[in-house]
Design a protein around this ligand. Sequence first.
Ligand code: IFM
Length: 463
Amino acid sequence: MAHPLQPGRLALGTATASFQIEGSATADGRGPSIWDTFCEVPGAVRDGSDGTRACDSYLRWEEDVDLVAGLNVEWYRFSLAWPRLMPEGTGRLEPRGLAYYDRLVDTLLARGIRPTATLYHWDLPQPLEDAGGWPERATAEAFAAYGAAVHARLGDRVELWASHNEPWCAAYLGYAAGVHAPGRREGGAAHRAAHHLMLGHGLLRQAIGDVEGLGIVCNLAPVWPETPEAAPLADRLDAVRNRVWLDPLVDGAYDDVLLDVAPELADPTVVRDGDLALIHGSADWLGINYYTPIRPALGTGGSEHPEGAAYPGVGDLDLVVRDPRTDIGWEIAAEGLEELLVQVHRRTGLPLVVTENGAAMADRERDAAGVVDDQDRIAYLRDHLAATDAAIASGADVRGYFVWTLLDNFEWAEGYTKTFGLVHVDRDHDDLPRVPKASYHWVADEAVRRGSSFRGVAGADGA
Ligand code: IFM
């Protein structure tokens, strides 16, 4: 079978994630996830909000498919909610959850949009966390069983699959820094979680066999030491941010620096014989989510500076953020994307997709004409698309660029306070009206300008 991503051309798309948009948290047999639980912890989410409604996309998915179609892009990347499909985390598939994604996939295809599904975008079924979560090997085994069962039902129509989205966040923000669900602060557990996330990917590959189209999505980042003295620290940070995912895929090994940072990965009861061989070569493509570079400096805060909590074992570090920044405080540096794509291409040789790139901007207000005129987001997207083009010109095999994100949505620990969407969701009105921003129209034009193969099949209402 041909690779679902065509070489030699950059296909555009847009991306979302289940917990961030779906809502309907208890509908049709959906079970609780770690994010439902985490949202109930006072102070865990900035505005005290949760995903109970999110964007109501579980109910309004047809309208959202219309919005994707209006973008003229070829791909829609969404994630499958494990607690909707397998409410206990293991065992039976919930037919009503499956029916939702069946309808979504069929409708996308009927509209001429190619679906790409991510199996895990952070909504772990709560029963699996109650049994220990990702630091336990059983979670990797449960993930592979869930993934294989769902792949068997949707794999005839979804050609491009990702196992995980941003395993660094799932492991290190969730189990070390504790700022994401499940909110644990245990560095060693985070390293074990990292291995089990990769093991889950490898076991999934083993379960589904050699079908083409399975990848993994990582939020890799260029690591730029602030001073020459910070270079060894930067190397340790790079190990736990980037190499922990790439090395087992490419080499079937964890390197010595990483083993020093994360001794759990040298423990044969954690990394068992055969684990790394299973992960080695198990991806057909690699998704890269890029937002910002990381600039480590020598720490001034004692042995464990708070900013280093997400990098356990790296050492005493500060993270410097330069201007300009987006509304979420992340430095804007499009050149980081070009550098990353070229380096990861050389390192992995895999077809690459920029599976997420976008910006939170302070754009909650509409002007007198009712328009959200987000020129700052347009500039961000234009510069990062140009950086992607430059990487391709330097030889990187980049086949897709997907904008994060379609809708203003539940931005995890930031609640609804940070907006990344091409479409404004008006939370002042109970029916959550969607209002495309200027950037939405810019992307729609850019897709046409770049020769999108999307042919805009009209919906039932002619939309
Ligand atoms: O909203 C998230 C998404 O879920 C994962 N990548 C980063 C985005 C912005 O924070």
